[in-house]
Design a protein around this ligand. Sequence first.
Ligand code: THU
Length: 136
Amino acid sequence: MMELHDRLIAAARAALELSYSPYSGFRVGAALMDEAGVIHAGTNVENASLGLSICAERVAVFTAAALGSRRITAVAVVTETAGPTPPCGACRQVLREFADVDLPVWIAGRGDEIEQFSLDELLPRSFSTYLDEESS
Ligand code: THU
């Protein structure tokens, strides 16, 4: 049985192959698990108006949310850098909307090295209102 982080990294690697990134050439894949155990993946999609480009992580989160998911329980992000590359700040905040601070975030590059962080490590003292209201 494949471990959760292996499954998410495999799904993120598959998503990365679909990256539309002709401007940066920087391909990213992301995959998350929701509260129902469903995996949702995303990849970065760029635009000629560069500021309109969107990161892989946000595509995955918004895809899940648009399908009714409201909780993220684990996430993986894969790039083609030699080592793991952590997610951008904007995506950390977007993850926080639907995840607790102890969310495991696995990151991998081209090689076998995998790093694990909690969302709290990546986004300390985060701003959140939705989940707090949900649990009270
Ligand atoms: N990118 C992501 O998909 N995720 C990140 O966390 C950082 C950056 C994308 C955006 C853009 O398409 C390319 O990588 C270069 O910044």
